[in-house]
Design a protein around this ligand. Structure first.
Ligand SMILES: Nc1ncnc2c1ncn2[C@@H]1O[C@H](COP(=O)(O)OP(=O)(O)OP(=O)(O)O)[C@@H](O)[C@H]1O
Length: 335
């Protein structure tokens, strides 16, 4: 006889997290797959694959099979999920058979995109697949009282998208999504260094620059960072010194786009909920919420309190997992 397993998966553009009720988050790895294009064989998944980005011979490519929160390459996503299930079995010390899986989807995902996620998870052996909208999962994960008739505003800044949602009484009252998140900020930095210094840098370097000297606030202690890339004129490696103020202006456009989305979502709030927003403010979550100075910058621009979720990188996975126990309760009632 085998045990039924209930699993929550945050299938993100940047990271994939797996949650079980008994052990909490048991896996947190980059959503990256390394493939040999000659044999079509998957060589590595997660951290091992991410470490290969930009460093492999030409027949090995590191692919991110999700873009903007949805599946961009179905077959590779399925392969990645199969490897994830194997890792989960290893971590749990037993074979996971026919699990019930809750997966989050961006609220802007189309029916076809939602269907693709369900199909991919089913192909990995899941018996039942339930979908939950990402902002609702993020709000549950951030311990917001989503089931109360009060406005809970969540700004989830992920790798591929930023979702802004007002949740009340267990449902989404209004929501806006833009395809601007941490990845776009990395692109902004790559573009800036190429334009300003004629130097090409990789995605990982850009992400490190963003985390170390990327600031949302114009007013911040100026910091310098040395980075290495390829000189586009000579083709040779080159070292460049970057300042936090130039990175701040490189990120400006993306940050303004996020701010505009928050503003227009708040503008759509029903008047009865606006008072709650002034009192309770906005919760920022997702990895992008960790950008230096973002909380202070949004507070000054929005004139409402802005709170950072306790575990911004894990809120969605925790919320997905918690919704799992709600599902179990519902199933018990149904039986
Ligand atoms: N300290 C930090 N400062 C700025 N950005 C960060 C920091 N830590 C992580 N990030 C960024 O957060 C993003 C990943 O966040 P998260 O794991 O919430 O996204 P995701 O759920 O995979 O994406 P999506 O929700 O779009 O599917 C990446 O772009 C990463 O560079």
């Amino acid at each position: 006889m085998f045990q039924t397993t209930h699993i929550g998966i945050d299938l993100g553009t940047a990271n994939i997290l797996v949650y079980t009720k008994q052990k909490g988050i048991i896996m947190n790895e980059p959503s990256v797959v390394a493939i040999d294009i000659n044999t079509k064989k998957v060589l590595a998944v997660g951290t091992d694959a991410k470490n290969m980005i930009g460093k492999t011979p030409s027949h090995i490519v590191a692919i991110r099979p999700l873009k903007n929160g949805v599946i961009a390459d179905f077959d590779i996503t399925t392969e990645m999920l199969k490897m994830v299930m194997k890792k989960v079995s290893k971590i749990l010390g037993r074979t996971v058979r026919k699990p019930t899986v809750v997966v989050c989807t961006p609220s802007g995902a189309t029916t076809v995109e939602r269907r693709a996620i369900t199909d991919a998870v089913k192909l990995c052996g899941a018996k039942q697949v339930e979908l939950i909208e990402e902002p609702v999962a993020a709000a549950i994960g951030a311990d917001l009282p989503v089931h109360e008739p009060t406005a809970n505003v969540v700004v989830d800044i992920g790798g591929g998208t930023t979702e802004v949602a007002i949740i009340s009484y267990g449902g989404v009252v209004t929501c806006e999504t833009i395809r601007v998140g941490g990845d776009k900020m990395d692109d902004d930095i790559i573009h800036h260094v190429r334009k300003q210094y004629n130097v090409l840098i990789g995605e990982r370097t850009a992400e490190n620059i963003k985390k170390e000297i990327g600031y949302a606030l114009i007013d911040h202690p100026d910091q310098l960072m040395e980075i290495r890339g390829r000189d586009l004129v000579t083709g040779l490696p080159k070292t460049v010194e970057l300042s936090s103020s130039e990175i701040q202006s490189a990120l400006r456009e993306s940050l303004e786009a996020i701010l505009e989305t928050v503003r227009s979502t708040l503008e759509q709030s029903p008047p009865e909920l606006s008072g709650d927003i002034v009192d309770h403010g906005v919760v920022i979550t997702g990895g992008g919420a960790l950008l230096n100075g973002l909380q202070d910058w949004l507070t000054s621009e929005l004139s409402v309190p802005v709170h950072l979720a306790p575990n911004p990188l894990e809120s969605v996975a925790i919320g997905t997992g918690k919704s799992l126990s709600m599902l179990q309760q519902l199933n018990k009632i149904a039986k």
